[in-house]
Design a protein around this ligand. Structure first.
Ligand code: NA7
Length: 512
């Protein structure tokens, strides 16, 4: 966004809480942190030169390589001097007389700007559960989303709480060095092997040569990935054929498994065929039948929650130094000075790792205490759940754009693709305003209400709202309203809607 604003001749300042660039990849440095989309398209497309000169070393880049890439991008486009690091926003309020946003930071600094563009990420507000006695624990406590720079669990008794994408990436690596690893699992999860491997020079060259087609394909698909979902129902083929398709998808690995059939996320019976296949894989891999059964997800269908990909996750439970505790059977009651207690047992631990996820999508925005003219807060406005027009603007909050905000496809899409589409759209809107000498843009309440219906209807056409414990629904945070937050109508369809809105001179927005 900064690059684009500068290219338009606008001055902009980026306030960044971290001590360096990278966002997610700056904070999430836990062992095994790696992108779940393939590196060559989990990258920017806005500069052909950039995508041709950067070479990824692995099919799935690890966090340190992604961080190097993001630093490289920052320096290549001379963006560092536009970023104020270690600066956290404490509050922002719109001044209707001056048509400016006044922003306060936790360090006491103040900024004013005509536009406030939030680029705070969807998964950046860590969820540390309230567990009785947490303050008494004498060992190391850490959350994967703010991993300490210097920490070693070598030989220690380590407990991990959480088996989402993060836990599933970290657990195999933590198990290699821990004396003993105890995994505390609330909801069993599906996972597909990542099949990560180094990218050979010829493969990278071939990808680079094919970039125009890859990018065009990404922009035409549901999830912003460069492959199409098979246009066939899982129920239209014989069991043997389906099994062979799933075996093939299993050996290819990656999130591409979701593309095996077109109705995996819209038809319960179709979904069940994939879910059953994946359950059978867990039972095959995990040797102890009781552990295997506890690891088999039974309460939700495959990919109705964000599906993780892994390297040796289920295999890790065959190690003698790894134990699974099923919190569905015996929930945590308290943390003690020396460990963790459940309703059925006590576990002595030297370290507890919270892989407990995030207050997704709304958390990072609401933490900033954003208020419109007159003092009404976004928190009050969103008490019943987030509402926005296109996930880009909130009625009553003029000149504020929410990049990858709730109501946009965001987390259902390869993130850089979603981000770049928003950067383009916001830049075009600012150019439109400049050409017409408008100072203020604000989504109308009618447009916002209609979009809220569209977001709900899109989700209801899928099985996504059926996963009761999903963070897409806010279900992981006690007291959070249960509203399906991202737009599930697909990336390409969403981008078309945004383009139509701008082509009709930003219908649904008011300017002055
Ligand atoms: P997730 O996917 O939200 O996973 C968090 C895990 O922590 C999940 O298994 C939760 O169980 C568990 N959890 C959360 N709170 C508790 C409490 N109080 N007690 C026990 N267990 C708990 O976060 P991740 O960081 O793994 O992944 C986030 C996204 O990052 C991922 O989807 C990708 O987009 C990248 P639950 O399932 O809620 O029962």
């Amino acid at each position: 966004m900064l690059y684009r604003l500068r290219a338009m001749g606008l001055s902009a300042v980026v306030l960044e809480a971290g001590g360096g660039v990278g966002g997610t990849w700056y904070w999430n440095r836990y062992p095994g942190a790696r992108c779940d989309s393939e590196s060559y398209y989990y990258s920017y497309s806005f500069s052909e030169e950039l995508q041709n000169e950067w070479t990824w070393s692995e099919r799935f880049a690890g966090s340190s390589e992604i961080l190097s890439y993001l630093n490289y991008v920052t320096d290549k486009f001379s963006l560092r001097d536009g970023i104020v690091f270690e600066t956290r926003v404490a509050g922002a309020e719109f001044d209707r007389d001056a048509n400016t946003w006044k922003v306060r930071t936790t360090g006491g600094a103040a900024y004013s700007a005509q536009f406030l563009i939030t680029a705070v990420g969807c998964l950046s507000s860590a969820n540390v559960p309230h567990i009785d006695g947490i303050e008494k624990f004498a060992g190391d406590l850490c959350h994967t989303a703010s991993w300490p720079r210097e920490v070693s669990f070598r030989g220690k008794r380590v407990g991990v709480i959480g088996t989402g994408s993060t836990g599933i990436q970290a657990i195999p690596l933590l198990a290699r060095t821990a004396g003993h690893l105890t995994v505390f699992q609330r909801t069993a999860n599906y996972s597909i092997p990542a099949r990560n491997r180094p990218l050979a020079a010829e493969e990278s060259d071939a990808i680079k040569a094919d970039y125009p087609a890859i990018r065009a394909l990404q922009r035409s698909t549901t999830n912003g990935h460069p492959y199409k979902i098979r246009d066939q129902s899982a129920l239209a083929v014989s069991e043997a054929e389906r099994r062979s398709v799933y075996e093939q998808a299993w050996s290819t690995g990656t999130l591409r498994f979701r593309a095996a059939y077109r109705d995996l996320l819209s038809d319960r019976a179709a979904n069940e065929t994939a879910s059953d296949f994946l359950r059978s894989k867990i039972r095959q891999v995990v040797k102890d039948p009781e552990t295997a059964e506890a690891l088999v997800p039974k309460d939700h269908g495959f990919a109705t929650k964000r599906p993780p990909i892994d390297t040796n996750y289920f295999e890790t439970y065959n190690r003698p130094n790894v134990t699974l505790v099923d919190l569905k059977r015996s929930p945590i009651t308290e943390i003690t000075e020396h460990g963790l207690r459940t309703t059925s047992s006590e576990h002595e631990l030297d370290a507890i790792v919270f892989a407990t996820g995030f207050d997704a999508m709304t958390g990072p925005l609401l933490n900033m205490d954003i208020r419109t003219a007159g003092g009404a807060s976004l928190r009050d406005r969103w008490r019943e759940g987030p509402k926005s027009f296109l996930g880009l603007q909130v009625a009553g909050f003029p000149n504020m754009f929410t990049m990858t905000g709730p109501g946009s496809p965001s987390v259902l899409v390869n993130m850089p693709t979603a981000i770049e589409q928003h950067v383009d759209w916001i830049s075009d809107c600012l150019s439109f305003m400049r050409a017409r000498a408008y100072e203020v843009v604000e989504a109308s309440e009618e447009a916002e209400a209609k979009w809220a219906d569209a977001v709900r209807e899109a989700a209801d056409r899928t099985l996504l709202p059926s996963a009761a414990s999903s963070w897409y629904l806010g279900a992981n945070i006690p007291g959070k309203p249960r509203v399906f937050m991202p737009y599930a109508g697909g990336f390409a369809a969403y981008a078309r809607i945004c383009d139509d809105v701008s082509a009709r001179e930003y219908e649904g927005f008011r300017f002055r």
